[in-house]
Design a protein around this ligand. Structure first.
Ligand code: ZN
Length: 193
């Protein structure tokens, strides 16, 4: 369980410190620190809020949600017709059952011309490449990232704007913003719009 944390902030310059300080290293003022509860910020750091306008639901064209076929009929059927933009799918299963293999095969067969980002926190690029070669995977749009830091992964996603993001596996990921690591899930796969 993550306990509620606090941070000390200088009310003169906004300098943050985990401890109370008499003199602010940021602006050299004295006795300017006050304690503030750390608010879990959902969006990270400096993203600006977009101005949005709600639209009439009745005006939205009812094009039967654009789904992306995974290339596997049975998997598409389980997913209700394929991957939906913006959806999040959790793929679970016993170790060694073939989750990563299935995922790599999806990377190959997926019916999209967008980029596919494969993030692995468990295996190296070489290990993934070996498996990919064995499976005959040669999708030019498949990109690999060996990383476990959520913030870095998020920045990469914003940077390359992939159509599909795969996180293998979700329990190896961590965030600096959350002290207790999430270790409940088996494997995650994300469809990024
Ligand atoms: Zn200051």
């Amino acid at each position: 369980m993550a306990k509620a944390k606090t941070v000390f902030v200088c009310n003169s310059c906004g300098y943050e410190s985990a401890k109370w300080l008499g003199k602010c290293p940021g602006c050299n003022e004295w006795n300017t620190f006050y304690e503030e509860k750390l608010v879990k910020n959902s969006g990270t750091t400096t993203k600006e809020k977009k101005n949005v306008t709600p639209i009439q639901l009745s005006k939205i064209e009812g094009k039967e949600a654009a789904r992306i076929s995974t290339g596997f009929n049975e998997l598409d059927r389980v997913l209700g017709g394929g991957l939906v933009n913006g959806s999040l799918i959790l793929l679970g299963g016993e170790p060694g059952i073939g989750k990563s293999t299935l995922i790599l095969q999806i990377c190959q067969k997926i019916k999209t011309d967008g980029k596919v980002l494969y993030v692995s926190g468990e295996e190296s690029a070489e290990q993934i490449k070996l498996r990919a070669d064995r499976l005959g995977i040669n999708n030019e749009n498949l990109l690999f990232l060996g990383e476990t830091d959520i913030e870095i992964i998020e920045n990469t996603i914003l940077d390359i704007n992939p159509k599909l993001v795969i996180i293998d596996s979700i329990q190896t990921m961590y965030s600096d913003e959350i002290t207790s690591a999430a270790r409940k899930c088996k494997s995650g796969k994300r469809d990024n719009s």
